[in-house]
Design a protein around this ligand. Sequence first.
Ligand code: AR6
Ligand code: MG
Length: 307
Amino acid sequence: MNAAVDQYQGCLLGLALGDAIGAPFEGGPVERALWHVIGKTRNHLPRWTDDTQMSLDVAQVLLEHQAIDQDRLAEQFAGSYAWSRGYGPGTARQLKLVKRGTHWPEARSTVFKDGSFGNGAAMRSPPVALFFYNDFERLIAETKKAAAVTHAHPLAIQGAVAISIVIYFALQGRNYPEMWRLLKERCASPVFSTKIGLAERWADGSSEIAKGEVVKLLGNGMAAQDSVVTAIYAATRFMSRSFGEMISFIISFKGDVDTIGAMAGAIWGAANGSATLEGIPVEARDQLKWVAMELYKKRLPPFICGQ
Ligand code: AR6
Ligand code: MG
């Protein structure tokens, strides 16, 4: 089945809404007080954070090059960097180095020698999944390239791959057994495979898992291994319910609410489309919808047998 443009728009709107709605709940009292001051646009719309900004940057490079050009992506990330978007501390340092002329592989290893395992790579996978919607192996390869510009650690890269896989299936209609199988195969580190196995068992819907259990066993932190499967579980559990119910559940976790919200929102929107997200206020809705439309128009052409 071919995904509809509405699902592309749902994916980017869901990402931005999860990000912007979650942002006021992230961090301690100081971060929340600051966001209270800077968390609205001049037109009083909820602002999104680095999750959405970096996703728009990835989309920009895909639309220009029909692939992830890593030098160009590093330049794009650095050009868009602004402290007020709340970037992760390691990514902020890297992007400032790149801005001052350091080549990205060097900037990356200056900050974390073994690479960052933050969820900052996973949160920007959705546009890659939209663009390479019909070529699974190409999708995995391009997702890894997009992640590695700032996040070299295998756990960050597996987190990015996991989000791409789930969006790939959300766009196509929902073949869940195959999705869980591929998640376990491609995200095979013990921490990921244990959590994926748990989320798969929980997602059968036979019992409602309490939020405390979700936080304790899947996590709510900034590390990819402590937030990506949490987002996948939340999106899967609320797939046939409202976006608002899903976000309320995620807000109750505390922790890295905006990025768990962004990842879950992108998955939910890719499956359900944009119709029910239209009335919810967010910064730059028209730009997000336009970028989604461009990704739809310029995405990899459908594979035709015999070519
Ligand atoms: N060793 C030790 N600590 C690490 C390592 C490592 N190799 N990698 C990550 N950390 P970062 P992000 C810890 O800074 O992934 C924003 O709000 C370390 O404490 O690369 O881009 C985003 O929206 C590091 O600062 O950021 C996300 O929600 C932290 O993990 C979130 O921050 C995050 O890694 C993460 O974004
Ligand atoms: Mg964020």
